[in-house]
Design a protein around this ligand. Structure first.
Ligand SMILES: [Cu+2]
Length: 235
């Protein structure tokens, strides 16, 4: 088990600070724009063990998942890459709805697409991270091609912390820089890529060095060509 001792100490401290009686687990996820959530598609390709683990703790690290997947004959390793969005798939249940967009940037895709955001090159996007347990490490936000789990050219390191991300002393001392959990990125020019739903994700990736744990959270989006008038689509 990776960094188990370290996690327990953190859990103890946070329990004392917040006077929580229920067990606390997890570490973090993207709170806005809306991140991928596990649903029936995830369960069918990653297997119910992995899906249940993600549903139980939406903030947990990736490292425990391969172990669960190995025990589950329904885990499909070619369709479920646990190292991309923790295996969480594009879920039509959440993305094909017509309810109004609940992203943090009010102009993005309002009125269509459910959990899929619509961006244009040059657009500023506010990203908010919910951190539940700190572990100092490195983090970045990048645009990843879901077919290959590789960074899309021009889409790497839209936000980047080489070290000191989610540092324990800063976190518990209430000194964590605000821009680690609430910041803006600028959507780059992707040369026609990421215009299809599910093709790309905006992934927040955090690796805690001492705990040796990886956290991933993904936002579904499509890039709109510059000539598209968003207002006319919404109307
Ligand atoms: Cu931990």
């Amino acid at each position: 088990m990776y960094g188990k001792k370290d996690c327990r100490r953190s859990i103890y401290i946070i329990s004392v600070l917040a006077n929580l009686t229920a067990p606390v687990s997890g570490h973090g996820y993207i709170a806005g724009p809306p991140a991928r959530r596990a649903g029936p598609v995830t369960s069918s390709v990653c297997g119910p063990l992995v899906a249940a683990d993600i549903l139980r703790d939406n903030t947990s690290h990736v490292e425990g998942l391969p172990e669960l997947a190995a025990r589950d004959p329904s885990y499909n390793s070619s369709a479920c890459d646990l190292w991309l969005c923790r295996g969480i798939q594009l879920e039509p249940e959440f993305t094909n709805t017509t309810h109004s967009n609940n992203g943090t940037n009010g102009t993005n895709g309002a009125g269509y697409g459910g959990d899929v955001q619509h961006y244009k090159s040059g657009e500023a996007v506010r990203v908010q991270i919910h951190l539940t347990i700190p572990h100092s490490g490195t983090a970045n936000v990048s645009i990843v091609d879901t077919a290959t789990n590789t960074v899309v050219p021009g889409g790497g390191l839209l936000a980047y912390w080489e070290r000191g991300y989610a540092n324990e002393k800063d976190y518990y001392g209430m000194r964590l820089p605000l821009n680690q959990t609430d910041f803006e990125i600028t959507m780059p020019e992707l040369g026609g890529r990421c215009e299809r739903q599910g093709e790309c994700v905006l992934q927040w990736w955090w690796f805690a060095k001492a705990a040796r744990q990886t956290y991933e959270s993904c936002v579904d989006f499509v890039m709109l060509p510059a000539w598209v008038n968003v207002d006319s689509i919404i109307a």
